[in-house]
Write a protein that binds this ligand. Sequence first.
Ligand code: SF4
Length: 209
Amino acid sequence: MPGTFSPFDPEAQHEHVDAKIVAALERLSQAFRVLLWEVATETGLSPIQIQFLVYLRFLPGGTCRIGDLARRFDLTPATVSDAVRTLAAKGLLSRVPDPDDRRARLLALTPAGRETAGRLAGWAGALQAYLAGYTDAEKLPVMRFLMNLIAHLHDAGVITVARMCLTCRFFAPDRHDDPDAPHHCRLLDRPLRLHQLRLDCPEHEPASG
Ligand code: SF4
């Protein structure tokens, strides 16, 4: 029963699926830290600096504010500012005028920053290589389970930003009879195949917004 045992108690893990899942996710978070630190050690960048570079590399438009990074990575603006200052000093990031606010500045990768971010973008390659050994049919339930979990943590206030279909006001679940494409995006006005459910959609608008 939830709450009557610690998932970090090995004895409880023997008996409870929930405990094994929570403990396994905790081990995975540790694996991400290890993989990031391996790259960090090689490059002289911190893990969060690497994540900022890779995030900006693939961000539509390529620019954002310090506050956007703070919300996306659940950090304080002061922590983000420190990392941004270091990246700017290394010539990987620059501050450019914000066309929507003349007093504000946007963060953008420099050419050297784009090149570095491109090299670092495969930092989670060990996981990708493992997943490549499974079919989509095997992986889709896992994907959906993880998305449900993220949506729940977002609703609970643990995760600040979750720009995914499951938290989007345009998402219409189970709109179609097609088992391969049961859901619908009202913005794009098209069915969504299961593998097309988005985890980070630029068109996302919060369901409660
Ligand atoms: S706008 Fe994006 S996040 Fe929202 S339902 Fe459509 S595809 Fe999903």
